[in-house]
Design a protein around this ligand. Structure first.
Ligand code: COA
Length: 164
């Protein structure tokens, strides 16, 4: 039976920290779906379709990775897709409390035997978040090395567009 995993998030934009989790999870499961959440309460730099397009581009070297988007409950998406695991990255100890809460709530909502699986973030990327990348880039700071080169370009283009 195919062992499918899901890695969900806002990915606004996808960072090298995310990509590291994606590459490792893709090696652990038969397939990995990167699902971009449509969250109307989170102000995003990129539209959901742009985030899907960016995620597809930076994962194109990984044949068992698929990119999708969803709105509503993660558990509904999981229950419909028959995922064996939901992958989460843990960066710092403060991530743990939120993750524990979410994993335990999701465990109640999952209909099958889906497990939440935690991977420790590569220490090179444990200090980054998408918001911090956007803040630094917006203020003219260097973000290359922290996000894929394609994302650096997309951020530059987006900031140029927004300044017009
Ligand atoms: N490397 C770099 N950054 C990372 C990272 C890593 N390995 N892991 C997490 N981050 C960053 C993310 O970029 C994000 O940054 P931001 O807040 O600046 O955008 C931050 O850490 C938080 O990440 P995450 O917890 O994954 O939040 P998210 O908004 O990306 O995704 C969902 C959260 C989608 C998993 C969650 O909101 C969800 O399940 N939503 C659906 C609704 C639902 O089911 N709710 C009930 C849940 S029990």
């Amino acid at each position: 039976m195919e062992r499918k995993a899901l890695y969900a998030g806002s990915f606004d934009p996808v960072t090298n920290g995310h990509l590291n989790i994606i590459e490792r999870a893709a090696g652990m499961f038969d397939s990995l779906t990167v699902a971009i959440v449509v969250n109307p309460n989170k102000k995003c730099l990129f539209t959901v379709d742009e985030r899907v397009e960016i995620a597809k581009e930076v994962t194109k070297h990984l044949p068992n990775v698929h990119v999708d988007k969803f709105s509503g409950l993660l558990a509904d998406y999981v229950n419909a897709g028959g995922f064996a695991a939901v992958v989460r990255g843990l960066r710092v100890t403060t991530d743990f409390e939120n993750e524990l809460q979410m994993a335990q709530m999701n465990a109640r909502l999952f209909k099958g035997s889906t497990e939440t699986v935690f991977l420790m973030t590569d220490p090179n990327y444990s200090f980054i978040s998408s918001s911090l990348i956007k803040e630094v880039a917006t203020l003219g700071g260097e973000v290359s090395g922290l996000v894929p080169d394609y994302v650096v370009l997309r951020i530059e283009n987006k900031l140029q567009e927004e300044s017009k």
